[in-house]
Design a protein around this ligand. Structure first.
Ligand code: AHR
Length: 497
């Protein structure tokens, strides 16, 4: 049995963990929206205003702070006016990026805002800078947020909402280095300056404008974008700067050997390099640290499941995905002083999903359970957690190198200390000793474990509860608490006085 120690330093607070770090992403892609979350009000599947009741209820439990929509690449060609007014009058449009399927625009702005209300999330609208004008983006903002009696606000009222939607988060473009227009950083910066100039606060709701960051950890994109912005006398508003990082796959979603386990886990840990380097570059331009770092697309990307269309990006979700989620969330918590939002891709039926559906059936993925176990971090104060652990995967000569066996993060809210752990080993169980400095004694521990040592475990429609969190024992020697983690498992420990 491997041994590791995690020491939580009460005298080294990092920052409050913004709940937004636990945010999500929904795109008109494959079966995420249609035949996923949205079944329409007339469906025999129980729904609230067209949104599946079982999904709404499950999502509420993980407290999604923000939901990004309508893409992704889909946003780069989305024209919001197609999605308002009576459903039967809405045009049928082609989903250019995802299979060229027809979108009848049954889900538009009002429906999306309703979903956000139902699940308790704030909306994040990603504006089209790829194939639309600054006028179109600015008018969407007015339609959503203006409380007065402009024609657009009146149209919103005629369409069912006299109250403004007060949308705070606006993406000024998406992947403009790719599907959002294949721009250079300088071209994007020039467009960002232009589009953002017209994105004004329309009410008391202060806008949070999000610029498109790099594809992975590309410091050149960031430097050139920031240089270009600094070259004009009126520096445009950038509240968030959003990188995308997919760690990809090794093997398939459900079939991988030990070496492939480590390959993918290692690639997931590299997200910390991205954060460290990107925040360092941003600090050079923004010494007061007013720009938040965002990762509004991240996660695994496996080959699609056999029989499913390529464009739909439907994949299973195993304990390996749970490990990727857990170690990534631990990383975000540790950088809570810079990372202000992250949105795992995507919420239902696409890539590293929380929920999978098949007809009227629905299952919760191992990744969903990680989010459930981590909800206590939202709004808590992140504390430095030192990990003393052996390396994992050395024996397999895994590419591209070795990783520490235990990933950890810790936060405190009131008298409750939450420590979340992932055992990254494919084969070894580990005893993790939890100690603390400057936090006094904790005399009660509640530990929850996800994973029993089967690193390939997943939930299927035949066995939807193969993987689910279970209570586990934490023992104490009077000073420290110890939990025993099976190979490839995730654990949350709540310590109380
Ligand atoms: O999440 C799937 C796609 O990945 C998004 O549409 C795009 O932004 C990214 O390339």
């Amino acid at each position: 049995m491997a041994q590791a120690t995690v020491t939580v330093l009460g005298n080294e607070p990092i920052a409050t963990i913004r709940p937004e770090i636990y945010s999500h992403f929904a795109e008109h892609l494959g079966r995420c929206i249609y035949d996923g979350m949205w079944v329409g009000p007339e469906s025999p599947i129980p729904n609230i205003d067209g949104w599946r009741t079982d999904i709404v209820e499950a999502l509420r439990k993980i407290k999604p702070p923000v939901l990004r929509w309508p893409g992704g690449c889909y946003a780069d060609d989305y024209h919001w006016r197609n999605g308002i007014g009576p459903a039967e009058d809405r045009p049928k449009t082609i989903n250019l990026w995802w299979g060229k399927v027809i979108d009848d625009n049954a889900v538009g702005t009002h429906e999306f805002i309703r979903l956000c209300e139902l699940i308790g999330a704030k909306p994040y609208l990603c504006g089209n800078m790829g194939s639309a004008t600054p006028q179109e983006m600015r008018e969407w903002l007015e339609y959503c947020n203006y409380p007065g009696d402009s024609t657009l606000a009146e149209t919103r009222a005629e369409n069912g909402s006299s109250e403004p939607f007060d949308v705070e988060y606006w993406g000024v473009g998406n992947e403009n280095w790719g599907c959002g227009g294949n721009m250079t950083p300088d071209e994007y910066a020039a467009k960002y300056r232009q589009y953002s100039t017209f994105m004004h606060d329309m009410s008391d709701t202060k806008l949070f404008l999000i610029a498109c960051g790099p594809n992975g950890n590309n410091p050149d994109w960031t430097r050139r974008f920031m240089d270009n912005l600094s070259s004009v006398w009126h520096h445009p508003r950038v509240n968030g700067f959003a990188a995308h990082y997919y760690c990809g796959t090794a093997g398939t979603a459900t079939e991988y050997d030990e070496a492939q386990w480590y390959q993918l886990v290692k690639r997931a840990t590299v997200i910390e390099d991205l954060i460290i380097q990107q925040r360092a570059v941003l600090d050079g331009y923004d010494p007061k640290r007013e720009i938040g770092l965002i990762i509004d697309e991240w996660g695994t990307w496996h080959p699609v499941e056999e029989g499913a269309p390529d464009y739909g990006l439907y994949q299973q979700n195993t304990m390996r995905d749970a490990i990727v989620a857990a170690l990534s969330l631990n990383t975000f918590n540790r950088h809570a002083d810079k990372v202000v939002m992250t949105n795992i891709a995507q919420i239902v039926n696409v890539l590293q999903a929380m929920i999978l559906t098949q007809g009227a059936k629905m299952l919760l993925t191992p990744t969903y359970h990680v989010y459930a176990m981590y909800t206590g971090h939202q709004g808590a104060k992140s504390l430095r957690a030192l990990v003393d652990s052996p390396m994992a995967g050395c024996a397999t000569k895994a590419e591209p190198g070795d990783i520490e066996l235990v990933s950890a993060s810790a936060s405190i809210k009131g008298e409750r200390l939450l420590v979340t752990l992932a055992n990254l080993s494919a084969t070894e169980a580990v005893d993790v000793k939890l100690s603390s400095v400057s936090l006094g004694e904790f005399n009660k521990a509640t530990a929850t474990m996800l994973g029993t040592g089967d690193i390939h475990a997943y939930n299927s429609f035949e066995n939807p509860e193969s993987v689910k969190p279970a209570c586990t024992k934490a023992t104490t020697d009077g000073d420290n608490w110890v939990v025993t983690m099976p190979a490839g498992s995730v654990c949350s420990v709540i310590l109380e006085r």
